[in-house]
Every structure is written in C-alpha cells, then in structure tokens.
Design a protein around this ligand. Structure first.
Ligand code: CP3
Length: 333
C-alpha cells in the first residue's frame, strides 16, 4: 500500500508520511533553470517532458512520499478557452470570458487543450522513483476557480464584488466549472493519480451564509465523485472559519489545515486524517526553531492519522537545505 493510503485509508499512526505543497517550484535552483528558458508558464505546464521532469525534481533530492504533478489550478479556465498569463511579481492575469463561448466547449475540446497534463501524469506515475510513493493529482475548488475566472487576478489585489450580485450567472458558471472539474479529475486518475487534493485557497473570503452555495455543495459533489472512483480525496479549504463544520458536511477522506489553525483544538474536533499545518515561514528561520515547531505538530498528532505538510505552499525564498532538515526531523522522529 502507498504511504498516503496507509494513513488515509488504514488510519495508520505508526509513521508520518510527508510531502510539501508547491514542492516543485521556485525554491529549487534546478526548477529556476528550466523556468528561465521557459518564460511562458502555461506552455511549460503543457510541455509534458518538462513538467514530468519538474515534478520529479524534489523526489530526486529529498526523501518525500508523494509526487504532485507540476501543473496549476488555472489550467481549468485555460482549458475552457479563457486566456491565462502569469506575470512576474504580479501572479495570474486572466482575460475576461464570454459565457456563450464557454458553453460551447465540450469535453473533447477541453481534454485536447490540456492533454499534455495527463501525459505528464502518466510519465510520472510510471517512473520507478514513485513506485512506492503516491502520485497526487489536484484541482482548484469551484469557489477558488470562480474567484479567478471573474476577478481576473488574485483577490489579494482587490476583489470585485459587483459580479457576485448576478446569482444566475454565477450559478451557471459554477455548474460549468464543476462539470469540467469532474472530467479533469477522471483523466488525472486514469493516467495514474492515486490521491486527489482539492485546493480552496480563497475559502476564507466568504461569509458563513454563503458557504453552502459556494463551497459546501459544489465541493461535496466533487468529493463524492472522487470517492466513486475509489481514490482518496484531501480538501484544503484554506482559512475557512469552521473546519469542523466543513468536514461534517463535505466529508473528505482527509483534511489539510492552514497555519492559522490551532492544532490542539482541531485534534479534538476532527476525527478524519489530518494533513499539514506548519507555517512555511518557519523554513526561513533557523534549525532550532524549525525543530521546535516541527516537533509541536508531530507531538500533537502522534496518535492521530497524520500526513506532514506545510500550512500553505513553500515560499520561493526557502533554502533547500532547510527542507532537507525538515525531512530529516520528520523521518527520524
Ligand atoms: O505543489 C506543486 O508543486 C504542484 C504545482 C502547483 C502549482 N500551483 C505550480 C505553480 C500547484 C498544486 C498549484 C496550485 C495553485 N495555483 C493554487 C492553490 C494553492 C495555493 O497556493 O493557494 C493557486 C491559488 C494557484 C494559482 C497560482 N499559480 C498563483 C496565484 C500563482 C502565482 C503566485 C506565485 O506563487 O507565483 C501561480 C503560479 C505557479 N503555480 C507557480 C508554480 C510553481 C510559480 C510560477 C513561476 O515560476 O513564476
């Protein structure tokens, strides 16, 4: 059995598998080297040889338990025909879309447009280096994708609330997103993904009254869909106010927590396997502090099925040596 399945399915507490959100990325000099020669990020994601190579880079360096495919949650709007660019020091920038055009896209067009992502997953999952490891596929949750698709940039840079007043339009888009996310999930699994993580990076922006419509219902539909394919599903509703309620309603197989969550409190509230939590900024401090903070999580979750990870993506300025230290601390525990 693969390491994450032992924890998620068998509720094994005898060891702590580890992977790192954004483990394939800018903190690695070998990634930066490839990135420099490939200024167009979407094209890089669509280069199956390079994206498979980038996916495997952290596994060649570190003793980690899973590969997460080098791609992006915004490959979904891209596959639906919306233009997506990544600008240096700005982040994603999307062109506005025409609902009529999006409605015309069918499954075949969508899959054709992002097909190299699935080819890369196939390459990665059949590589000898991941034989005893998981291959994680992922999607953005409908709410987070909706935010990017209508706000056209990170909501950190200002969220345009006017759009959300058009309930009819918003609900139509949510249904389209959900439909194609299912296609995206199915193709990732068919090509070798054996865990799916759902990233809801902007879950924390919503007020409680809006959670059922924007988060609970669409995410539950996707969680049930992944479960129907017999693959474990991990949810990461970042900065949601009530993780307990989220778990009770959405029922993922495991829950990934952000670094603002109090680990002791969540341990009492949540029965399902837990992942993550450590503040990525801890990797920017020193060895002693890293050890102290890492042990805190290991100690609190020692009798609970737990996957070690960060409470958000690793920061680009992280020194890979600190990652090496972190992994040793977790593995020698
Ligand atoms: O985890 C991994 O190693 C797998 C690859 C992965 C990427 N993005 C590659 C990437 C994953 C799982 C994602 C998820 C993702 N993408 C999320 C959810 C997780 C989170 O961080 O909240 C979101 C919101 C996005 C959208 C996105 N993509 C943003 C906001 C940005 C720009 C901000 C940034 O970090 O630069 C990206 C770009 C991106 N996605 C990069 C990578 C490696 C950096 C690209 C570069 O080299 O410039």
């Amino acid at each position: 059995m693969k390491p994450l399945n032992k924890v998620i399915t068998n509720k094994d507490t005898s060891f702590t598998p580890l992977w790192i959100m954004r483990q394939a990325g800018r903190y690695l000099p070998e990634f930066r080297k490839i990135r420099k020669k490939n200024p167009d990020f979407i094209n890089l994601c669509l280069n199956d040889n390079l994206s498979a190579e980038i996916t495997l880079q952290p596994l060649k360096r570190f003793d980690i338990d899973a590969a997460i495919i080098f791609s992006d949650i915004l490959m979904l709007p891209y596959g639906l025909g919306q233009k997506v660019k990544f600008e240096k020091n700005f982040g994603p920038r999307l062109d506005s879309f025409d609902l009529k055009e999006i409605t015309k896209i069918d499954e075949v067009d969508f899959v054709e447009k992002i097909y190299p992502v699935y080819k890369a997953i196939k390459k990665v999952s059949s590589d000898i280096i991941v034989k005893d490891k998981n291959t994680i596929g992922f999607i953005g949750a409908p709410w987070t994708l909706l935010v990017y698709m209508v706000n056209l940039k990170s909501p950190k840079k200002n969220l345009n609330k006017n759009f959300f007043e058009d309930d009819f339009l918003i609900n139509r888009i949510l249904l389209i997103i959900e439909k194609f996310l299912k296609v995206h999930i199915k193709n990732q699994i068919d090509n070798g993904a054996n865990v799916i993580q759902i990233f809801d990076s902007w879950a924390g922006l919503l007020e409680e009254k809006d959670l059922p419509n924007y988060i609970y219902t669409p995410t539950l539909n996707l969680v049930e869909y992944v479960k129907s394919l017999n693959v474990p599903v991990i949810c990461f509703p970042r900065e949601i106010k009530n993780y307990k309620e989220f778990c009770e309603i959405v029922k993922p197989d495991a829950i990934s927590i952000d670094y603002k969550v109090n680990p002791k409190k969540i341990l009492k509230e949540i029965k399902i396997p837990i992942q993550g939590g450590l503040d990525p900024k801890v990797l920017l401090t020193d060895y002693e502090n890293l050890k102290k903070e890492t042990f805190k999580y290991l100690e609190i979750f020692k009798d609970h099925p737990y996957i070690f990870n960060l409470g958000h993506g690793i920061l680009p300025q992280t020194n890979p040596e600190m990652v090496e230290n972190l992994i040793k601390i977790v593995k020698n525990n």
